[in-house]
Design a protein around this ligand. Structure first.
Ligand code: NIG
Ligand code: FE
Length: 406
């Protein structure tokens, strides 16, 4: 059964297939007075309304509004317990994020609260956060564990994340995050042994995650640690990715690229060497402008990355410490303000390239054969999605061929 969406003043989508690199990111297919034919979960046809010659069982007039692909949020940490409001107040009074972490606060305080919560509690805490991301235009959301720390608590976080698969309309992609090592350096080797010999094999055998991420940073894991974790993940058939160059470029980007990472995320401290490496590698460069806004970090060098030929994606990094940003649409809009992307590049970053950052080729575009994940916007012009700050320009979301209803 075909449903034909009409009354689309303007349809905007990245063309082609796969990640869009460099100058390609600024090139969109824009169709005025468009129509989209949906069959089941997929798009069957896209084109100018007047070119449609098929038959449709049902026609839906969207009332002269712009339509874009559903946003893919390729980087979130929405499963956490506790809050970071005291850390926030300390930070805005001048205490650096890394110093709060080094003295046992920050990520470590969220770990204490998360490890003490049950799977059911974690699900109930994450549910409204996921709903906020959907209201902000997400049709696919990656969610990382990483606040559990122990074997049991990491598995509990992943169980909470997996509970949304098949129960939430939004598509959830689970990632195991190896976040920070034990505070006592003497315990580090044992912790890494637990991660590589127990946690990663168990996650792989239970199918609890499709990728393993690691935070490579002075206050977190070294490149040597990352090599061991990546090796264990790849041996289990899991994809790899990294948090890299958030505060210091210590080789995380180069190490992740060498292991075929799907993406490296953050990049605020990347220098010309890392930028050139990302320009030449298939690894997607994911920028997180919420961190720039919330921590006052330098913006990731997105213009230089695009000039080097990299594929740039954008995500919220929704988490309690570095980016309490609950709207993928706002992440896209901030990428324009803070990272200097053009509106067209930002749309590509939040759709086709964000899908590529998750290794997904079946979404992120409006084209025949893609999942029918799309957003109806409040204006006739698609650029409203990169323009609006603080209110959602998303009037309706369609996920896998069906309109999302409250
Ligand atoms: O992506 N950089 C490390 N991890 C998270 C922050 C987590 C936190 O502060 O709770 C991030 O920024
Ligand atoms: Fe993160």
């Amino acid at each position: 059964m075909v449903t034909l969406l009409t009354g689309i003043s303007q349809l905007a989508t990245a063309p082609g297939t796969g990640a869009r690199r460099g100058a390609e990111m600024g090139v969109l297919d824009i169709i005025e007075d468009a129509a989209i034919a949906i069959e089941g979960e997929r798009i069957a046809w896209v084109g100018p309304r007047r070119a449609w010659t098929g038959t449709a069982a049902e026609e839906r007039d969207l009332g002269g509004r712009a339509v874009v692909p559903g946003l893919v949020d390729p980087h979130t940490h929405v499963v956490w317990a506790g809050d970071r409001l005291a850390d926030f107040e300390a930070r805005v009074s001048g205490v650096p994020y890394e110093q709060i972490l080094a003295r046992g606060g920050g990520i470590r305080s969220t770990m204490r609260h998360t490890a003490a919560a049950s799977v059911v509690e974690l699900i109930e805490l994450a549910r409204p956060r996921l709903a906020a991301l959907v209201a902000g235009g997400a049709t696919t959301v990656e969610i990382k564990s990483g606040y559990g720390f122990t074997l049991e608590a990491e598995l509990a976080s992943l169980e909470a994340i997996n509970a949304f698969i098949g129960h939430a309309r939004v598509q959830v992609v689970p990632t195991l995050l190896i976040h920070v090592p034990p505070g006592n350096p003497a315990e580090r080797a044992d912790y890494l042994a637990m991660v590589t010999q127990e946690l990663i094999p168990e996650v792989a055998s239970r199918g609890l995650a499709t990728a393993v991420d690691i935070f490579i940073e002075r206050e977190a894991f070294s490149v040597e640690d990352a090599k061991v974790v990546f090796g264990a993940a790849l041996a289990e058939g899991l994809a790899v990715k990294a948090h890299a160059d958030q505060f210091h470029a210590i080789g995380g980007v180069e190490c992740a690229i060498a292991h075929g990472a799907l993406s490296v995320d953050h990049l605020e401290a990347s220098t010309p060497g890392q930028i050139a490496a990302l320009g030449a590698a298939p690894t997607v460069a994911t920028i997180l402008p919420g961190v720039t806004l919330h921590l006052g970090l330098p913006a990731a060098p997105a213009r230089a990355l695009i000039a080097a030929g990299a594929a740039v994606a954008v995500g919220t990094d929704c988490n309690p410490g570095s980016s309490p940003l609950f709207s993928p649409q706002l992440a896209v809009a901030l990428a324009v303000r803070l990272n200097g992307l053009t509106p067209a590049e930002a749309l590509t970053a939040g759709t086709a390239n964000a899908a590529a950052a998750l290794g997904l080729a079946d979404r992120g575009r409006l084209a025949a054969g893609q999942r029918a994940d799309l957003l109806v916007l409040d204006e006739r012009d698609w650029r409203t999605i990169t323009y609006t700050l603080g209110a959602s320009p998303v009037v309706a979301s369609w996920i896998a061929g069906r309109e999302l209803t409250a």
